[in-house]
Write a protein that binds this ligand. Structure first.
Ligand code: B1M
Length: 210
């Protein structure tokens, strides 16, 4: 078994301590954080998703894996985020109302922080009104909305509509993403950008300051 398979295996078995130790050891040996992410952790989560879909595993097992994934992401965080100097701008990020998935959001947050943008994280299950309040309070340049469920994507639209109703829509760029989200959906709801993954989201966010 190669090192990436080993990391993926520990993730799928939901072993946060062993997983964090192995990820740390790989970083110390010079393996790139991005390789660990793309060749081990993300495929591991996809495998868990497949087994969840086929009813081979259930919510408690997926939660345990999610905890292990977040532990591994915390180990990768310093390597993914470059040491920041003065932030070039501010972004708000959240998972929309009704949606508790936070791994993708956390990853997008880390990668955007890595470009020198300060990120304020409103967490999960974030209703449109809370985003509006936070935009008033923090005056961000960008609002990032994550949705993992077909039933919660609609709150990306509702959040954009709430920003419009509050007269704040033109003060921010709205970026949307998450597994069920597409470019067509983003266009339909009037988002400024759709990006399929965290690295592209970070690139796009950075491009607003070029
Ligand atoms: Co849930 N779940 N889940 N789940 N879960 C999915 C999403 C699902 C596809 C599984 C499946 O059936 N195969 C399915 C959704 C079906 C659908 O709507 N199309 C599903 C379901 C049905 C559910 C429940 C309804 C199950 C139930 O209770 N019966 C329930 C809903 C709870 C709720 O939110 N209200 C539920 C619960 C859970 C757990 C709590 C157990 C757990 C989440 C724990 C946590 O996040 N802390 C969980 C998990 C872990 C998953 C899977 C297995 C993995 C998601 C994940 O973290 N992927 C997922 C199956 C899958 O995705 N294969 C599944 C890894 C992560 C790195 O990828 O989040 O896609 P992702 O993020 C990517 C991109 O999408 C993008 O960048 C990231 C990385 O490059 N991106 C953005 C994400 N957000 C972005 C924002 C941006 C830009 C890019 O903005 C700028």
């Amino acid at each position: 078994m190669n090192k990436f398979d080993e990391i993926s295996e520990l993730l799928q078995r939901g072993k946060p301590r062993d997983l964090s130790a192995l990820v740390q050891a790989e970083l110390a040996e010079g393996t790139a954080a991005n390789d660990i992410l793309i060749r081990a952790l993300i495929p591991g989560m996809s495998a868990v998703g497949e087994r969840f879909k086929k009813n081979e595993i259930f919510v408690p097992e997926v939660l345990i894996t999610a905890r292990a994934m977040n532990a591994a992401l915390n180990v990768l965080k310093p390597a993914l985020a470059q040491a920041g100097v003065e932030p070039i701008g501010t972004a708000l990020i959240c998972t929309v109302k009704g949606d508790l998935h936070d791994i993708g959001k956390n990853l997008v947050k880390m990668m955007i922080e890595g470009t020198g943008i300060r990120v304020i994280d409103l967490g999960v299950d974030c209703p449109p009104e809370r985003v509006v309040e936070a935009v008033k309070e923090h005056k961000p340049d960008i609002v990032c909305l994550s949705a993992l469920l077909t039933t919660t994507m609609v709150y990306q639209k509702e959040t954009i509509d709430a920003l419009k109703a509050a007269g704040l829509r033109d003060s921010v760029k709205v970026m949307v993403g998450g597994a069920p989200v597409t470019q067509a959906f983003a266009d339909e709801i009037g988002a400024d950008a759709y990006t399929p993954d965290a690295a592209t989201a970070a690139e796009k966010a950075r491009s607003y300051f070029d």
